[in-house]
Design a protein around this ligand. Structure first.
Ligand code: HEM
Length: 190
């Protein structure tokens, strides 16, 4: 469990667990890779390479979805450390809202992609070995709608990730607090 005391600086003392840190950066790498791959593969002409890249993209999506579930389960037993005590209330609420939205999008983006793939008539086979059941059949019109939903969710996700990363860098370089350090696995300053 994280300690939630305040230090002499007024900052909350507490750390993310190594598990939370590892899950965070593993998710970040896969999310960014899946986004780059998604943009790249979309423009390719139909070919076996394109189909293979679509499979990799889908596997990354399923992995992000599973990691999000593991993170939420882990977090329910290991609460996040308190934000710096000198952070304005609106900023603390904005940070919490953004984190909640990031969790929601880590689930919504892959789910929208999976349902879209089913509507296109392509089953997702995780890592090429685990078939994920289709809950809807092939439906061209629905597939087009879901393509827009998956695209809009992904764009919102990427915009929020950029805002989130910018906020983390602002904490580190302008506020000079321990918010980024503790997500890098460093212990909080006393
Ligand atoms: C690319 C996808 C990313 C996703 C989906 C993501 C998601 C999240 C989520 C959900 C949290 C809240 C953790 C919790 O309290 O349970 C969090 C925390 C954090 N993230 Fe990210 N993140 C991403 C990338 C980044 C990047 C690129 C940076 C830094 C440049 C960053 C820096 C941080 C920091 C410093 C925290 C801790 C904030 C605090 O102490 O309250 N994240 N992230």
């Amino acid at each position: 469990m994280n300690k939630q005391r305040k230090g002499a600086t007024g900052y909350a003392i507490g750390n993310y667990t190594l598990t939370a840190v590892t899950l965070h950066w593993a998710t970040a790498v896969i999310v960014i890779s899946a986004a780059v791959l998604g943009i790249y593969m979309h423009e390719l002409p139909f070919s076996p390479t394109k189909l293979r890249l679509y499979s990799y993209h889908k596997w990354m999506g399923v992995t992000v979805f599973l990691l999000a579930l593991v993170r939420l389960a882990w977090r329910s037993f290991h609460p996040a450390p308190a934000l710096p005590g000198n952070m304005p209330l609106w900023e603390q609420q904005a940070a919490k809202g953004a984190h909640g939205a990031l969790y929601a999008l880590m689930i919504a983006v892959p789910v929208a992609g999976w349902v879209m793939s089913s509507a296109h008539g392509f089953q997702t086979v995780y890592l090429g070995i685990l078939p994920i059941p289709d809950f809807i059949g092939k439906d061209k019109e629905l597939a087009e709608v879901l393509e827009k939903v998956h695209g809009a969710f992904s764009l919102s996700f990427m915009a929020l990730v950029m805002l989130h990363a910018a906020a983390a860098l602002k904490h580190h370089f302008i506020n000079r607090d321990n918010v980024l350090r503790r997500m890098l696995g460093f212990r909080s300053l006393p």
